[in-house]
Design a protein around this ligand. Structure first.
Ligand SMILES: *[C@@H]1O[C@H](CO)[C@@H](O)[C@H](O)[C@H]1NC(C)=O
Ligand SMILES: *[C@@H]1O[C@H](CO)[C@@H](O)[C@H](O)[C@H]1NC(C)=O
Ligand SMILES: *[C@@H]1O[C@H](CO)[C@@H](O)[C@H](O)[C@H]1NC(C)=O
Ligand SMILES: *[C@@H]1O[C@H](CO)[C@@H](O)[C@H](O)[C@H]1NC(C)=O
Ligand SMILES: *[C@@H]1O[C@H](CO)[C@@H](O)[C@H](O)[C@H]1NC(C)=O
Ligand SMILES: *[C@@H]1O[C@H](CO)[C@@H](O)[C@H](O)[C@H]1NC(C)=O
Ligand SMILES: *[C@@H]1O[C@H](CO)[C@@H](O)[C@H](O)[C@H]1NC(C)=O
Ligand SMILES: *[C@@H]1O[C@H](CO)[C@@H](O)[C@H](O)[C@H]1NC(C)=O
Ligand SMILES: *[C@@H]1O[C@H](CO)[C@@H](O)[C@H](O)[C@H]1NC(C)=O
Ligand SMILES: *[C@@H]1O[C@H](CO)[C@@H](O)[C@H](O)[C@H]1NC(C)=O
Ligand SMILES: *[C@@H]1O[C@H](CO)[C@@H](O)[C@H](O)[C@H]1NC(C)=O
Length: 478
């Protein structure tokens, strides 16, 4: 068996005898990715179809159509379910509640606008959504039209670094400018489908799943203002069996963001999508109180983002069996008030504060990844362990600088050590047990980037059991 081994380590790296280096050339077994049966929405045959216009909407975008829309949804649900149709027009509404069996069909040239007054939303901050399904089954949103949260109306001061937003902090349930309504919420719901719809300008998070099972989000787009904080694309909390595919997400804040607050999250697949964000394109956490397991991210293009693939585990939850495959990433620096430091890949488990437990991260596979970025890969466990069994296979990393932001900061936020001064490196690694790197190329391109002092930056005592096969580190694309 021919072994092609190219280890071009910078002389600065001293491999101490306490570091176990295993070089081998076995064919790697691929991780089994979760194969999820795509959810199907039960529909009546023939389904009931009710137009909101028949329930008295004005469709003028000026008068509130809330009661007419709610009455159409209630009638449709009572009739056993079907479609609630929004014909072309503008529909201004306070919160409407989606009921079991109902699919909203917002047709092309129809826009549903969320209200911008506090009294447009329920009393409890946890129910502030323009469209909210609670304990519902077989529900969805489609139709080719738009749902718009009028997020720009919530900006107090425009700032291209980061807008300053209003706060609806009346009850104390939320703090500072995080007190704004989300756009779409599915809470404790099953068999959810969202497709062929444009979700635009959320005032806060856009599409939020909470304790859902069997959700299929596909062929849809999300657009949020690039300077508005917290306007995440899709947040998936404590939910199982979620499929996201063929989506286009362009947001200020995190684009696809699984979290665990009150229960575990299993089986999430996101594929065939395009993402741009001023924060993380994919982010696990930072809320991470319970397990995350069986996640697959495949065939995703990430452009102009502050961070590509991120794990920000802070609250003691354990993360395992996560695959990132066939992903093309471009990351750059933005204002440091946004989390992210241009890392294409960022894996951290670090207690949020001195009351937090250390969560573990294990069995991560990065395969077929191409990146062009202004900073390197950051992999950090914590002193009490936590990060094990990582594999990088066929990874092509191109480093260059094109913005004028300073480098030299490592970002442990939120909480943990915060921002720390530290020189840049191709890979910064600490507190890891078991790292396998195979067919990985690093290139430093262009005049503004010198090969960083330490292409690989780690203290041997904190990284145990590394295998490097076919690992190249070249300057200036040679
Ligand atoms: C996750 O997916 C696997 C494979 O389809 C399935 O066996 C398992 O039951 C799923 N887990 C949950 C919690 O639904
Ligand atoms: C939508 O509006 C455009 C421009 O006003 C018009 O050309 C098109 O026919 C409309 N489509 C539908 C489905 O109403
Ligand atoms: C939010 O409201 C609560 C109770 O009204 C108050 O104690 C708290 O200081 C407010 N916080 C912010 C950041 O506005
Ligand atoms: C997800 O699956 C786990 C394991 O079966 C279960 O404990 C949890 O309640 C499920 N969550 C939901 C929202 O169904
Ligand atoms: C990858 O996703 C893009 C859409 O973003 C799609 O056009 C392409 O066919 C997908 N590639 C594969 C191999 O599935
Ligand atoms: C994470 O795993 C550790 C070690 O197995 C376990 O003690 C801990 O309870 C787990 N944490 C959670 C939130 O399940
Ligand atoms: C990745 O994206 C960059 C920039 O868009 C492009 O030049 C490059 O060809 C892409 N690489 C792959 C492997 O798709
Ligand atoms: C924990 O952190 C808080 C706030 O930073 C600090 O006041 C407290 O002294 C710390 N406690 C311990 C045990 O370190
Ligand atoms: C990685 O890319 C190679 C070559 O394009 C392809 O054969 C292989 O199936 C890909 N691996 C995965 C896990 O997608
Ligand atoms: C980090 O570096 C900046 C600028 O070089 C300096 O002003 C700051 O004091 C440093 N911070 C720490 C904690 O060393
Ligand atoms: C080293 O790590 C690999 C996986 O990265 C694992 O299979 C192997 O058992 C580990 N060996 C030791 C001695 O810990």
């Amino acid at each position: 068996m021919a072994v092609h081994l190219h280890l071009h380590l910078h002389p600065f790296i001293i491999l101490s005898s306490t570091l176990l280096i295993l070089i081998f050339c076995s064919q790697t077994e691929s991780y089994t990715s979760s194969h999820i049966t795509l959810p199907s929405i039960r529909t009546r045959s023939p389904p009931v179809s009710i137009s909101v216009a028949d329930h008295g909407t004005t469709g003028d975008g000026v008068h509130y159509d809330t009661e007419s829309i709610q009455s159409a949804i209630d009638a449709c649900s009572s009739a056993g379910g079907g479609r609630v149709v929004f014909p072309p027009g503008k529909y201004l509404t306070a919160t409407v509640f989606l009921k079991s069996g109902v699919v909203l069909e917002v047709q092309r040239n129809a826009t549903v606008f969320g209200g911008t007054r506090l009294e447009d939303y329920p009393a409890e901050q946890s129910r502030w959504y323009v469209v909210l399904a609670e304990d519902a089954e077989d529900v969805g949103i489609t139709g080719g039209g738009e749902i718009n949260g009028q997020g720009l109306e919530f900006v107090v001061r425009f700032d291209e670094r980061k807008n300053v937003m209003v706060s609806w902090n009346r009850t104390g349930a939320c703090s500072g400018d995080e007190c704004r309504p989300r756009l779409i919420g599915f809470i404790r719901s099953r068999n959810v489908r969202v497709w062929d719809i444009h979700l635009n300008e959320p005032a806060y998070w856009c599409l939020h799943l909470v304790q859902c099972d069997n959700t299929y989000i596909h062929d849809m787009s999300i657009y949020g203002d690039f300077n508005t904080p917290n306007n995440d694309g899709i947040d998936i909390d404590d939910s199982n069996n979620t499929v996201i595919t063929r989506c286009n997400i362009n947001t200020g804040d995190d684009a696809i963001c699984p979290k665990t607050y009150d229960g575990p999250l299993y089986n999430l697949t996101a594929s065939d999508s395009w993402i741009r964000t001023k924060s993380s394109a994919i982010k696990l956490g930072s809320a991470s109180w319970f397990e995350f397991k069986g996640l697959l991210f495949d065939n995703i293009t990430i452009v102009d983002s502050h961070r590509g693939l991120g794990l920000q585990i802070r609250d003691g939850g354990n993360v395992s069996d996560i695959t990132f495959s066939n992903i093309n990433i471009t990351t750059r620096y933005y204002d440091p008030s946004w989390w992210g430091r241009a890392e294409p890949i960022y894996v951290t488990t670090c207690p949020r504060d001195n009351t937090s437990k250390t969560g573990s991260i294990s069995n991560l596979l990065f395969v077929n990844i191409t990146a062009t970025s202004e900073n390197g890969v950051f992999l950090s466990g914590s002193k009490r362990g936590g990060l094990s069994n990582l594999k990088f296979l066929n990874v092509d990393l191109n480093y260059k600088r094109w913005t004028s932001y300073d480098d030299g900061l490592v970002d442990y936020r939120p909480g943990c050590q915060g921002l720390v001064n530290h020189s840049s490196a191709g890979f910064i690694m600490e507190h890891i047990e078991g790292l396998e790197v195979e067919n990985v190329n690093m290139r430093w391109l262009g005049d503004r980037v010198r090969k960083w002092n330490n292409p690989l930056d780690f203290r041997p005592s904190s990284v145990d059991n590394i295998s490097l096969v076919n690992f190249h580190s070249n300057s200036y694309g040679q």
